[in-house]
Design a protein around this ligand. Structure first.
Ligand code: UP5
Ligand code: MG
Length: 189
């Protein structure tokens, strides 16, 4: 019975656009729980789950893990949090993710925070991140960009057509991006 009384904001944008960085700021200022779908998948892989090998292979190829796996992890994390306000970071990544989440959970996002950034800038950020992510190599980064353009941008377009997208210029310095983010969150808080 989580469904109707929760607030969900989807945080979308290309690989390296700053989703995780800005979500950490939003948590501190606005009391949301941050759920990164990518982080949940990486933790599931590390835990030795039966899906571990599949998740590993998908992430290495920049492909999108089947919805049922990701949605289960998101639902569990929402329940365990005890909170009713969530930033869902890096999900939904394709039309199937979007439709499955909506039908399984009955939740529609309050709005979609969209971090807009050039591919050149995102590539530079990912190549200098140095956090040991197995997908931060140039071959995988190119595949991630391709999947983003082909599968994830249409989801943003879908929400844009419903008037739900709040677009942020994410190429600016971290503090300036957060100023723009704050302006989006202040009215709903
Ligand atoms: N940085 C951040 N903001 C900056 C700024 N304004 N100026 C300068 N530098 C800035 O930031 C990236 C780097 O840039 C950091 O070093 C940061 O300090 C710096 P970060 O905040 O980490 O960006 P983020 O958008 O979170 O980048 P991330 O790499 O996490 O995005 P992805 O969308 O690629 O990764 P995610 O973890 O979401 O997904 C990884 C893979 O998991 C996918 O490719 C896919 O295979 C799989 N996946 C699914 O299958 N399904 C899902 O639902 C989710 C993921
Ligand atoms: Mg991230």
């Amino acid at each position: 019975p989580t469904n109707k009384n929760v607030t969900v904001v989807f945080v979308l944008g290309g690989p390296g656009s700053g989703k995780g960085t800005q979500c950490a700021n939003i948590v501190q200022h606005f009391g949301f729980t941050h759920l990164s779908a990518g982080d949940l998948l990486r933790a599931e892989k590390k835990s030795g789950s039966e899906n571990g090998t599949m998740i590993h292979n998908m992430i290495k190829e920049g492909k999108i893990v089947p919805s049922e796996v990701t949605i289960k992890l998101l639902q569990r994390a929402m329940q365990e949090s005890g909170n009713d306000k969530f930033l869902i970071d890096g999900f939904p990544r394709n039309e199937e993710n979007r439709a499955a989440f909506e039908s399984v959970t009955g939740i529609e996002p309050e709005f979609v925070l969209f971090f807009d950034c050039s591919e050149e800038e995102m590539e530079n950020r990912l190549l200098s991140r140095n956090q040991g992510r197995e997908d931060d190599n140039i071959e995988t980064i190119r595949k991630r960009f391709k999947v983003y353009m082909e599968s994830s941008l249409p989801v943003i377009e879908y929400y844009n057509s419903k008037g739900k997208v709040r677009k942020i210029d994410a190429a600016k310095p971290i503090e300036e991006v957060f100023e723009a983010v704050k302006a989006v969150f202040t009215p709903i808080n």
